[in-house]
Design a protein around this ligand. Structure first.
Ligand SMILES: O=P(O)(O)O[C@@H]1[C@@H](OP(=O)(O)O)[C@H](OP(=O)(O)O)[C@H](O)[C@H](OP(=O)(O)O)[C@H]1OP(=O)(O)O
Ligand SMILES: Nc1ncnc2c1ncn2[C@@H]1O[C@H](COP(=O)(O)OP(=O)(O)O)[C@@H](O)[C@H]1O
Ligand SMILES: [Mg+2]
Ligand SMILES: [Mg+2]
Length: 366
């Protein structure tokens, strides 16, 4: 990839974590890039980017480093500063995705607030469960905050920082206020939505999306007797997870299967593109097993694209679309939200949303 004869006239410079890099099919990605006229190079953030050749597309998942910089890590802060300086000096570079847009998704409280303030959701049966942020260990204060924000037991307690370290995925289900000391601020507590242990993951590449089902948590109810349940997302919600936490209790066996409503998913996608504006993102939805309403419980930067058919091809098609439609200065890492496909800044054009080839029902939807 990095030392072949380079006949491509453009370059995609990529930086992702070692963990993510180990899962990426570099040969396939390199070949698809080449077929679209791009050379793919792995960037080394320890060296000046200026010394690593011309970069036309800066593709990254810097969430770990951004999160560490936000928490005061000096090495991470200097890395972020160097990257931002480079991008500022090279305004023609297309950033996938702009750092300030990515930063929105570092904070669960921030993106839950965006979702909760979306006026179009309520009438469509879409919601984000009531949540509150704890910044101290003061249980009395936290109980008051929960009451003010309509947060009721059982709750899920999640780290406020949504990405980066493994800690970001350490969760706890809490059933009563005497166990609120199990929370480790800064964290958010969120109403638990009973959803019969079925999670729907939506992966987005530009205006394409793919939906897959994953195991999730069984139904829980408030109780003075149940103790907190600690788990990490990876134990319960990967395609091959087989956690006892996913086994429905006998009284909860789902007689009616709740079906995902595709129109709701598309509405959520439109709002995410308008408010957050990322090319590479994903989100998680669970369906309330009483109302059928769809709860958006998580939004992710550059997720795994697990089982996303022809991900690299669709990604390069998206890159081609951006390069063709966007004059260089519209695609810098400017802080405003930029909709790549409409070519509009802070705007949002009704673009067709197409599911990937093998979506839930396999249809292209315009
Ligand atoms: O671990 P992977 O490869 O399954 O992907 C993780 C995602 O799992 P998924 O399989 O998409 O449900 C995972 O999705 P969830 O947050 O678990 O819904 C995250 O996107 C995670 O990134 P980070 O650790 O939060 O920075 C993703 O990790 P990286 O993209 O950092 O590898
Ligand atoms: N409000 C909720 N109600 C019910 N289950 C939830 C809720 N929030 C999260 N979960 C469960 O916990 C898992 C992890 O939560 P999530 O917010 O997606 O964190 P992560 O970023 O680690 O994926 C979800 O996949 C789902 O199974
Ligand atoms: Mg998730
Ligand atoms: Mg997540």
């Amino acid at each position: 990839m990095m030392n072949g004869i380079n006949r491509s006239e453009k370059t995609i410079g990529i930086w992702i974590s070692d963990k993510k890099s180990q899962k990426l099919n570099w040969n396939e990605f390199t070949n698809v890039c080449a077929s679209h006229g791009y050379n793919l190079i792995k960037l080394d953030l320890e060296r000046p980017l200026e010394e690593q050749g011309q970069i036309d597309i800066f593709l990254h998942k810097l969430t770990d480093i951004l999160a560490a910089a936000d928490q005061g890590d000096p090495k991470a802060s200097s890395t972020v500063a160097r990257v931002e300086q480079y991008l500022s000096n090279h305004s023609k570079v297309i950033v996938i995705d702009p750092l300030d847009n990515v930063r929105i998704l570092l904070s669960r409280y921030k993106y839950y607030s965006i979702l909760q303030n979306e006026p179009s959701f309520v009438k469509q049966g879409i919601f984000t469960p009531n949540f509150a942020e704890f910044t101290t260990n003061n249980v009395e204060m936290n109980i008051e905050i929960m009451a003010q924000r309509g947060v009721q037991f059982p709750v899920i307690c999640k780290p406020s920082v949504a990405h980066g370290s493994k800690l970001a995925h350490e969760m706890v289900v809490i059933f009563n206020k005497k166990d609120l000391s199990a929370c480790k601020p800064p964290c958010v507590v969120q109403n638990f939505v009973n959803h019969n242990a079925v999670l729907h993951k939506v992966f987005l590449v530009g205006n394409r999306y793919h939906i897959c089902e994953r195991p999730s948590l069984k139904n829980f109810y408030a109780s003075e007797n149940l103790t907190p349940i600690f788990y990490s997302t990876g134990e319960v919600c990967k395609a091959d997870s087989q956690s006892t936490l996913s086994i429905l209790d006998p009284h909860d066996v789902a007689d009616i299967r709740m079906t995902l409503n595709e129109d709701k998913i598309r509405s959520i996608i439109r709002v995410l593109r308008k408010e957050i504006g990322l090319v590479l993102a994903g989100f998680d939805v669970v369906i309330d097993n009483v109302t059928g309403d769809h709860a958006v419980i998580d939004i992710n930067v550059f997720p795994s694209y697990d089982n996303f058919p022809d991900f690299f091809e669709h990604f390069l098609e998206c890159i081609d679309g951006i390069s063709d439609r966007t004059t260089p200065n519209l695609c810098t890492n400017d802080t405003s939200t930029f909709d790549y496909l409409s070519g509009k800044r802070n705007g949002y054009m009704n673009v067709s949303l197409c599911r990937s080839k093998f979506g839930v029902n396999g249809m292209n939807i315009n």
